[in-house]
Design a protein around this ligand. Structure first.
Ligand code: SAM
Length: 396
């Protein structure tokens, strides 16, 4: 199994860096093109067509699809994926106000800048009042979802999280609260849900168990991470999972496993972004994920889960100046500007050169609105629930 993603690294201009096929006779249509030796890309396109129609592929087909990407197939995929997203969401882009409320973390994930072994990280945590102030500012800017994300910081008890969730829901009853605070017991997840939390983001990181173990210390297990995701789903959260694109050691087989797991879990949200190295981690010298492969993953996820909430992530915006716009044009439908106080922004450094760490919340909000307008989309002032949950929420 070869590591393959580095071959498609972004070029200096932030482009896809992928080589266009030299075959001038490339087939422009796909029907019946599968397996034709005369039509390079024919099978790739045929698989994309089938994915669009049937929303699933076999393991071998996924591997093929990840191993046979080229610039033309990516254009084909992007057009399809964007059309599917437009059908379900029109020109609306949902927005979430991200509040990174603590960078203390008990975990030691090999890729992450806030891992506990990074003694150089300047640690901080926000009080309930500071978090509520972020919500206040965010509400005035049109945010109707607040995402509370942090390291696994045991200094916040379950009761503290319950109190924070309750206060946000009391102060902003028309808003959704998303938690992204890692692996907890089922009982804790249930308490947060009963306190009013609507959604939970917990990336599975990689569905290949061997790959997971390479990226994490022995005390973390892929089995437990999955168990958490299933509990969250069963409790009734809108659940988000996801992975890093181009994480060290990732192969086409790993990505195929990711797709099969996501198909099985059927999450409401899928967060993916490129792996970006952090200089104070053991993976500092590894190459980062590419724009091209990230767009490919966004596109195929859109075809597999047409109604999913898929963000164009900050990490994608970090490796290409127009990364988030490209993500939207490849089928994403969510952006997550930062609402954390500017004083702590730089300290939530998961990876190097993270963008938007110096601007005020309002600047980020309007910058992103402008970026969306320029590509023909607009930011919606709404909770932005998964379509299957919209009626339910409206009835509350
Ligand atoms: N502690 C929570 C958890 O484990 O889900 C939330 C915080 S965690 C830092 C959020 C996400 O950041 C992870 O799921 C991981 O995929 C992503 N992340 C961490 N380090 C990264 C890196 N170097 N490049 C890109 N993404 C990274």
């Amino acid at each position: 199994m070869n590591r393959f993603s580095a071959a498609a690294a972004p070029d200096a201009a932030g482009g896809t860096g992928v080589k266009a096929s030299s075959d001038a006779t490339r087939a422009k249509t796909v029907s019946g093109a599968a397996d034709s030796p005369d039509m390079p890309g024919g099978r790739t396109r045929a698989l994309l067509d089938r994915l669009e129609g049937e929303h699933s592929l076999s393991r071998d087909e996924w591997v093929y699809l990840f191993e046979h990407r080229d610039a033309e197939s990516l254009e084909y995929l992007k057009q399809k994926a964007r059309a599917v997203a437009d059908r379900h969401f029109g020109k609306d882009i949902y927005t979430r106000g991200l509040i990174e409320f603590t960078n203390y973390c008990r975990n030691d994930c090999l890729y992450c800048g806030i891992r506990r072994s990074n003694r150089k990280a300047e640690r901080y945590r926000l009080t309930r009042e500071e978090i509520l102030q972020c919500c206040e500012d965010g509400y005035a800017l049109g945010f109707r979802t607040f995402v509370l994300q942090g390291g696994e910081d045991e200094s916040y008890s379950d009761e503290d999280i319950v109190e924070i969730v309750r206060s946000i829901k009391a102060g902003f009853p028309d808003c959704a609260v998303t938690l992204s605070i890692g692996e907890k017991s089922r009982a804790s997840y249930l308490r947060f849900f009963e306190a009013g939390a609507d959604r939970y983001l917990l990336r599975h990181e990689t569905a290949d168990f061997g790959h997971y173990r390479r990226l994490h210390p022995p005390e973390l297990s892929p089995e437990h991470r999955r168990e958490c995701l299933w509990s969250l789903k069963e409790i009734g959260y809108q659940v988000g999972t996801g992975f890093m694109v181009g994480a060290p050691g990732q192969t086409a087989e790993c990505l195929a496993e990711d797709m099969l797991f996501i198909r099985e879990l059927e999450p409401h949200m899928v967060g993916i972004g490129p792996f970006v190295p952090h200089h104070e981690t053991p993976l500092a010298k590894e190459p980062g994920g590419s724009v091209e492969l990230t767009l490919w993953c966004i596109g195929v996820l859109r075809l597999m889960l047409p109604q999913a909430l898929i963000p164009a992530t900050t990490a994608l915006g970090t490796i290409a100046p127009d990364g988030r716009e490209q993500g939207i044009l490849a089928g994403a439908n969510v952006v997550m500007p930062n609402l954390s106080p500017v004083a702590v922004r730089k300290k939530y450094e998961l990876y190097d050169n993270k963008i938007c760490t110096g601007e005020e919340a309002a600047e980020c909000r309007f910058c992103l609105a402008g970026r969306m307008e320029r590509i023909g989309y607009h930011i919606a002032v709404s909770r932005g629930d998964h379509p299957s949950r919209r009626k339910e929420e409206a009835d509350v």
